[in-house]
Structures are given as C-alpha cells and as structure tokens.
Design a protein around this ligand. Structure first.
Ligand SMILES: [Fe+2]
Ligand SMILES: [Fe+2]
Length: 228
C-alpha cells in the first residue's frame, strides 16, 4: 500500500490534442502513463493534481476516465485550469457512478484520509490568473476552498495537493503559503509546470513545508511515491 501523486495527465482519448505545445518529451505519453500505472496495486492511492482530461464535458472526457479507472488503486482528482469538464461534486459523482467508474473520487472542498494522514487540496492560484478579470474574487475563493479542506483534517498530519504552484522562481502566492503554514502542512505537491518552466520550480523545504513538482512530464510519466 502506497500513496502516489502525479499531475497533468492531459489525456484526450476522445479529442485530438497535439501535446508538443508543452515541449519535447510528450511522445507516447498515454502508453508511458499506462505502463507506469499498471505497476501500482489495488490498495494504492494516487492523487491526480489537475489537468487530467482535455474533454470539455463529460461526453468528451469519459474515455479518459475509463482509462484512469482501469489503473490499479484509488485516484483522487484535484481541479486543474484545463479541466473544463469539471462540474459540481454531485454531478461528477453521478457521472462516475452511471458509467461504472468506481475508483475515482474528487478532492475539492473536502478532505480524504490515507493512513494517519489527511489529504487536502484545491486548484490554487498562480500569477497567470492575475491577468484575468475578477482575479481578487477567484483568489479569495481558492484560499477559502483550501482552508475549508485544511479545516477538515481534524488534527491529522496534512499532505496538500494543488494544481498551481504556490511558489515559483520570482513568485510567491502569500495567501496560499500562509494557509499551508498555519495548518502545519507537512508536504505540498503541485503540477501545472511543463517543459522549460520545470527549471523555475521551487522544490524542497520552503518555510515549514516540503514542496514537490509532480507534473507528469517532469516525472517522465511515472507517479511519484509520497509515502507507504
Ligand atoms: Fe498542465
Ligand atoms: Fe495547468
């Protein structure tokens, strides 16, 4: 039994989406993901840190979720900026149930557990979002979602999973970092960074939290083991 994390599977089995926009290294990415996931076990849990499917709705993303469901173990989904198929928790759960998808659940406005750990998460915030309208409102909403998730940890040690990096070379999202530290988060995994931007990622201990980049191309499409 082990806990894994990987983000940005960017599956598009029902849509034609060339992946070279994210830089070299995406060749055969679905096959490479499949090979790595098939080595996991039924009692493992993998957190998928956003940008899971290119599908714009449930119809377009169904094949991607069928593939993920065929992999061993449970999977928890965090929302990414490209997850246009995302919907209310009730609708997503109904979509999974109606399609016989039994190993996928949502990590959003809630908290799950793994052994003694609480698993918390939300999409997060990145400076790219500053360019968009209503950014202050959306930032506040994301911080609120993160805090709601952290509050549900109930005294357990916390592992946090975000899509957006809360820190990056030349950038800090103070509001998110503050919450991670206030709730004594031990480790924070994030995705979103692709290609040449990997080299600007900040990893390891910063403040009181240990950060890891887990975007799929950075991990060469092999889920990162977080703990046993
Ligand atoms: Fe991505
Ligand atoms: Fe992203």
């Amino acid at each position: 039994m082990a806990l894994y994390a990987i983000g940005d599977l960017h599956l598009g089995l029902s849509v034609n989406k060339p992946m070279d926009v994210f830089g070299p290294g995406w060749d055969r990415h679905v096959e490479r993901l499949r090979d790595a996931f098939m080595k996991l076990h039924d009692d493992d849990l993998t957190v998928l840190c956003g940008d899971t499917s290119w599908g714009i709705d449930f119809v377009e993303s169904l094949q991607d979720f069928r593939l993920i469901d065929s992999f061993p173990g449970r999977k928890l989904l965090v929302k990414g900026n490209h997850d246009y198929w995302w919907n209310t928790a009730a609708k997503m759960q109904r979509f999974f149930a109606e399609n016989g998808i039994t190993t996928i659940d949502i990590l959003h406005n809630n908290c799950h557990t793994y052994g003694d750990y609480a698993l918390c998460g939300t999409r997060g915030w990145f400076y790219e979002e500053d360019q968009k309208p209503h950014n202050e409102k959306v930032l506040k909403r994301e911080v609120g979602r993160l805090e709601a998730s952290l509050q549900l940890a109930g005294g357990r040690p916390i592992l946090a999973f975000l899509h957006y990096p809360p820190l990056y070379e030349g950038y800090r999202c103070g509001e998110i970092l503050e919450k991670l530290e206030a709730y004594h988060v031990a480790q924070c995994c994030y995705g979103h960074l692709h290609g040449y931007t990997h080299r600007r990622a900040i990893q390891g201990r910063y403040g009181t939290v240990d950060y890891s980049l887990v975007s799929a191309d950075y991990l060469r499409f092999v889920p990162k083991k977080i703990c046993d």
